[in-house]
Design a protein around this ligand. Structure first.
Ligand code: AHM
Ligand code: MG
Length: 338
């Protein structure tokens, strides 16, 4: 039985014991990820000090080149995850191709996909940003993982989660047995169980979208957003708009409070014909989490979890959140389909 305040490591081990056939490899993988998250959190927290400490030149005091935080996070995740023997391949939003596990290290049965620092354009303004991860089982033969191992649909995920670097650093993840959240206690350097068995409200009062793009949206989306601005029959008030522009933050708030996040296809914007967000690093992992919390994720036409990826950096419209809200959105899109 989980107790608030329990360390994430203990909680993971207790969860693993429920599966006598488990080898401990997923636990090891998650522990490596948690280590990387703590290091990234430390760096994100001192981002504003870089100027003061005089480290903004071409090189830092040890002679290393100063990297942008997203590059730093990308490198840190790779170096924390490459040697544990749990992974056969990785893929990152920051890399064009799949990332092999170096020959010198043993290979494992899992595949890791990640967005190392989502929303990183917000860093300079101290806005919360996050890391998103998705874990699959290797499906090809042979020791090394391949592109095919990375191109798996969301419903085949073994685990998914995110780390939100906000007023506190919070880790939220699922292995398909519900969703739990853990807050980093900096005084002990440990994530402690703070949000046990998260369930998202079935209907929210918040919508989150970049409404500046409204003229590019399809008719159904436009009509749906107008509908949210009418008096809601349950509350007697219109929905509130909350949009940070940092997916993990927008998603986390809506997960806890209820609501709907929308990044629809910008159908008239040639740059974003399928929206902006990536299936493998953003949409699929958050879809797994929201479903485990009782919510839903769709493109408007199909469930995000059912999409079979064809490309590593495939983009999809993402409409995600409270179930009733997402179902209502789908109805609008269906009613206004050409
Ligand atoms: P990034 O992966 O380049 O950081 O972009 C993803 C971010 C998301 O965090 C956020 O939901 C979205 O871009 C915001 O986009 P926009 O500025 O178009 O509203
Ligand atoms: Mg991103």
């Amino acid at each position: 039985m989980a107790t608030k305040g329990m360390s994430v490591l203990r909680h993971i081990v207790e969860q693993e014991r429920k599966f006598p056939q488990a080898t401990g490899s997923l636990t090891g993988l998650l522990m490596d990820l948690i280590y990387a998250a703590k290091v990234i959190s430390r760096e994100v927290n001192k981002a504003g000090l870089v100027d003061i400490l005089g480290l903004t030149g071409e090189e830092n005091i040890s002679g290393d080149e100063i990297k942008k935080l997203d590059e730093y996070a990308n490198g840190k995740l790779f170096s924390a995850m490459d040697h544990g023997g749990h992974l056969c391949v990785m893929a990152s939003e920051e890399n064009d191709e799949v990332i092999p596990i170096p020959d010198k290290f043993p290979k494992g049965k899992y595949v890791l996909l990640f967005d190392p620092l989502d929303g990183s354009s917000n860093i300079d303004a101290n806005v919360s940003i996050g890391t998103i991860f998705s874990i699959h089982r290797k499906k090809t033969e042979g020791e090394n993982g391949t592109l095919e191992d990375c191109l798996q649909k969301g419903s085949d995920q073994v685990a998914a989660g995110y780390i939100l670097y906000g007023s506190s650093t919070v880790l939220v993840y699922t292995t398909g047995q519900g969703v739990n959240g853990y807050t980093l206690d900096p005084s002990v350097g440990e994530f402690l169980l703070s949000h046990e068995d998260i369930k998202t409200p079935s209907k929210g009062e918040i919508y989150s979208a970049n409404e500046g793009n409204a003229k590019f949206w399809d008719e159904g989306t436009k009509k749906y957003i107008s509908y949210l601005k009418e008096k809601d029959s349950d509350t007697g008030r219109p929905y509130s708009l909350r949009y940070i522009g940092s997916l993990v933050s927008d998603f986390h708030r809506n997960l806890l409070y209820g609501g709907i996040f929308l990044y629809p296809a910008d159908c008239k914007d040639p740059k974003n014909p399928k929206g902006k967000l990536r299936l493998l690093y953003e949409a699929s992992p958050l879809a797994f989490i929201v479903e485990q919390a009782g919510g839903m994720a769709t493109t408007g036409k199909e469930n995000i979890m059912d999409i079979v990826p064809t490309e590593l950096h495939q983009k999809v419209p993402l409409i995600i959140g409270s179930k009733e809200d997402v179902l209502t959105y789908q109805k609008f899109v269906g009613d206004y389909a050409d």
